[in-house]
Design a binder for this molecule. Structure first.
Ligand code: ADQ
Length: 489
């Protein structure tokens, strides 16, 4: 890539996501403190060498006044972040409403909202209007910062309307869109009232990416069945215009996890945990507290295992870390109490005066504490009912090179496609099967553990987040060059 004055420089990558990778706290009328959150996407892009990334997104705070907006914009610029300001009403309708109440459950096969269906149906249109309006606001900011030669990479279900808005501003813009959740079967997608509008808008992108081949296939089927377009091995064709559709499985920054295990503080913490759980095998679950993660099902399977295996009483502990999310939503509050109730019952039933079988924490752990916990675990339990990929399974594997623990993994997580050969795959709805897998994992001979771990470790360390980001962006550049060549022919 060459800039206009002929100097070669890195290509600029505009990463557009609903949330910026920072939390902003207002300290005064015109002062803000910012903390960068080290999520998967951030570390993926930090490691990308050929591009210079800038972030565009909502800062997660309502800033109604001009002075505050200007000050925040200035502070964010130092972190290469550009804010989109959304007011409370838009956030309520677009983010809480359309994104989290409609698209998130639907894409995870939980259907459209069941309760108060009439009210939901009545407000559906206003939520979708807010969704389109919010996407338009993102597009306006992207367009303002776009320079010729930039690549624009849109992320996730929050921004399905963005590719179309961007191309309306500038049909030359290079636009890619990636979905972090599953894309459901076309039979599920077709229940969505705005099904066609969303598909058409995503198709305005040059490249559309998913975690797995199955999600890509579902998307192409939705376009052929719902829009009547033609699916080709490369993607979807509409009146001579091809939108490339492909699978780009995400990874993690495995080096960061492996390096953390050598940090003295982490080593100390590992020793403390080993003492704490001495004489017992450790099983671990780490999830955001969300319906899709199958936490109640996991705990019930553990109860069944204890019921059927008295010899394991007091010899195994399940540590379940569940970060609360969307705490203001009644369904999520219900899920929290349900989990607490089951955990209480099981601890009452199988606990002793000195030990309980389940340690359940309703909070997030810092990175080093999480790595230490991954490292002392014998069996990790990932029982998502649906999950785009699931990075916890990758993180666990990265931290297990000395212990070689076992991963029990839902067949409905995207990660089952990549770690399936090393993990024990389960149907999380089948509690009997999960309970039997727990027994199998706890008793697994060392040579089988070693073989399974080796398979997964190789995958996790060879398919990193950086590779994922680089592959997507270079494929997007190639797609555009190919399209230009086709037009010239
Ligand atoms: P998530 O649904 O958030 O991501 P996941 O992929 O498992 O799910 O990533 C969660 C991240 O949060 C991990 O990095 C994990 O370490 C961290 N985390 C979870 N619980 C934690 C806790 N209690 N304390 C500290 N950290 C915790 C969405 C999709 C996934 C997809 C990713 C990336 O739903 O399917 O894999 O995006 O595309």
């Amino acid at each position: 890539y060459e800039s206009e004055d002929g100097r070669s420089s890195k290509q600029r990558l505009l990463v557009v996501a609903n949330r910026l990778p920072v939390s902003a706290v207002r300290r005064g009328e015109d002062s803000w403190s910012l903390e960068v959150s080290a999520g998967g996407l951030v570390s993926a892009l930090l490691g990308v060498k050929n591009f210079e990334a800038r972030w565009i997104g909502w800062a997660g705070v309502n800033v109604p006044d001009e002075v505050g907006q200007q000050a925040l914009t200035k502070a964010l610029a130092e972190k290469r972040c550009i804010p989109v300001f959304l007011d409370e009403e838009i956030v309520h309708q677009y983010y809480n409403g359309y994104c989290n109440n409609i698209l998130w459950p639907l894409f995870h096969y939980l259907g459209l909202p069941q309760e108060d269906r009439l009210a939901t149906t009545r407000s559906f249109q206003s939520q979708f209007d807010a969704y389109k309006k919010a996407n338009q606001m993102f597009a306006e900011v992207v367009n303002r910062h776009y320079e010729k030669g930039d690549v624009v990479w849109c992320h996730d279900y929050h921004l399905m309307f963005l590719p179309k808005c961007l191309k309306e501003y500038n049909s030359e813009m290079k636009v890619g869109w990636f979905l972090h959740t599953p894309f459901p079967s076309s039979e599920i997608h077709r229940t969505l009232p705005s099904r066609s509008d969303l598909l058409r808008s995503v198709l305005a992108a040059d490249l559309v990416g998913f975690h797995t081949y199955d999600y890509a296939r579902h998307f192409v089927s939705a376009c052929t069945r719902i829009l009547g377009l033609e699916g080709t091995p490369e993607g979807v064709e509409d009146q001579g215009k091809l939108t490339r559709v492909a699978a780009f499985p995400i990874g993690i920054d495995s080096e960061r996890f492996i390096a953390a295990l050598k940090v003295p503080k982490v080593r100390e913490h590992i020793e403390e945990l080993k003492d704490r759980f001495a004489g017992r095998k450790v099983m671990l679950g780490v999830d955001r507290l969300d319906m899709i993660k199958g936490i109640p099902q996991k705990i019930l399977a553990f109860e069944k295992f204890l019921e059927e295996n008295p010899a394991w009483h007091n010899k195994v502990v399940l540590v379940q870390i569940a970060v609360p999310t969307r705490t203001d939503v009644p369904e999520y509050q219900k899920l929290t109490s349900q989990v607490h109730e089951i955990v209480g019952r099981i601890n009452g039933r199988f606990g002793t005066l000195t030990a309980v079988p389940i340690h359940h924490l309703d909070r997030s752990l810092d990175f080093h504490a999480l790595c230490a916990l991954y490292a002392v675990t014998d069996v990790a339990l990932v029982t998502s009912l649906r999950d785009g990929m699931n990075l916890v399974s990758y993180e666990f594997v990265a931290c297990q090179d000395s212990k070689k623990g076992v991963l029990i993994l839902s067949e409905f997580a995207g990660a089952a496609q990549s770690l399936g050969a090393g993990a024990i795959l389960v149907n999380p709805w089948n509690i009997t099967e999960v309970a039997a897998s727990i027994g199998y994992a706890l008793d697994m001979p060392a040579d089988e553990r070693e073989k399974r771990h080796r398979h997964n470790f190789t995958h996790v360390t060879h398919h990193t987040a950086q590779d994922w980001a680089e592959t997507f962006v270079s494929e997007l550049n190639d797609t555009i060059i190919e399209a230009q060549m086709r037009t010239r022919q």
